[in-house]
Design a protein around this ligand. Sequence first.
Ligand code: NAD
Length: 485
Amino acid sequence: MTFPHNLFRPDLLKEAAFIDGLWVEGAAKISVTNPADGSVLGTVPNLGAEETKRAITSACQAQGEWRKLAAKARGTILRRWGELMLAHQEDLATILTLEQGKPFTEAKGEVIYAASFLEWFAEEARRINGELIQPHASDRRLAVRKEPVGVVAAVTPWNFPLAMITRKAGPALAAGCSLVLKPSELTPFSALALAVLAEEAGVPAGIFNVLTGDAAPIGEVMTTDPRVRKFTFTGSTGVGKMLAAQCMSTVKRVSLELGGNAPFIVFDDADIESAVEGALMSKFRNTGQTCVCANRFLVQDGIFDVFSRRLAERVSQFVVGAGMSGPTDQGPLIDGRAVAKASVHVDDAVARGARILTGGYAIKGEGNFFLPTVLADVPAEALLCKEETFGPIAGLVRFISEGEAIEMANDTPAGLASYVYTRDLDRSIRVSESLEYGMVGLNTGLISTEVAPFGGVKESGLGREGSHWGIDDYIELKVVCTGVN
Ligand code: NAD
């Protein structure tokens, strides 16, 4: 392995998959590259259907004992896992930045965010309570038990290589399920480092398995093997729909966290400095590669010019560079395809009459860098407004009335996150109630926390992650109806 940075714990770097508590090598390998310079960081095994079945077998066998453990004992192990993540924050962030690209300070933030799901669900484990309900007849008693769904298969994306895993592993393990995970092939080292720490925390063999390799055959087994009782996916809408359809042959429980097309609405009465600050957070975190990223800025006519000027000023001051090299605000995009998509979206908007206020093109040279960009007067028909851009491009659309803004905001099949800036109390209530989204940020650009339900409506997904509701997706209800003489 040619990893370019020393770690305090070099053993966190694994070039093997993790099945049934064992590190598994494979003949064929997948290279993992650093998006900041294209260099190869290392390789992981290119596993397929056979290893996936093996992982499911081990998850089935291990689950019997795990579900019988007292909830408190499962919680203690989860808490320890989260604490180990925090203890190794620097190493985990280094691995994350090198394979994913985000600035090191953001990567350290992701470690804390990811660990928070383990801490939260360690506590929730003890609150999975059933109910005694009023019986329908005097000679009956009704008890409702909450039981783990069983073996869970999970597929996660590259944009949050740690947090998207713990947001699933936390509630699954807390509920008494076992997990077979396939992380993105672009960012497997973070997932494998998590497996090292899981083992160290006392997660038994077979309860947390990590497969690396060929997405299609692994996904096919995960979605069709009858022993898997739940499939949970975070990623793009197209892949999520396809895998969800595959799950129906064995009627699995399905959770989907898919793409968004977040509107960021700024009304004339907004506090401009705070709206600009929120826009920078929401749009440019992770170089525009978050599912809750503002994708379209809808800005009211009276404030449009001053807001766009101020935003462009701030964006033009961003430091762009490799995540590990000093104080960087914007890292590289994940790959060449992401850079090409950003270029297409800018060119399309400009061809439709948009004006470039700053940025607007890919940076030549090594790495997948695109200049942070602000475009004014983007028409609502532009690709920027219709598709998830997943890059550092803020496209500003002008609107006149509140009704027009709501209509434009809801004119999309997506329904994940939305943002509103206004100082008018009545308007804030009217607009947040009218938005067809799972999440609304009102005068804030940062909405993600382990304590609140995260998820979307319409084609952005099914189910919620985080919060006390997050455990429900990993629980089956069983009623015990007792006849009493
Ligand atoms: P992607 O759909 O390309 O990949 C996601 C995962 O699916 C990866 O692990 C990939 O290997 C796997 N995959 C791809 N094809 C597969 C197949 N045929 N069978 C099995 N697995 C397969 O998405 P991405 O580019 O990694 O992630 C970006 C997307 O994820 C964006 O659309 C973003 O909005 C979304 N996302 C959503 C949330 C949310 O909570 N709603 C969070 C993060 C990212």
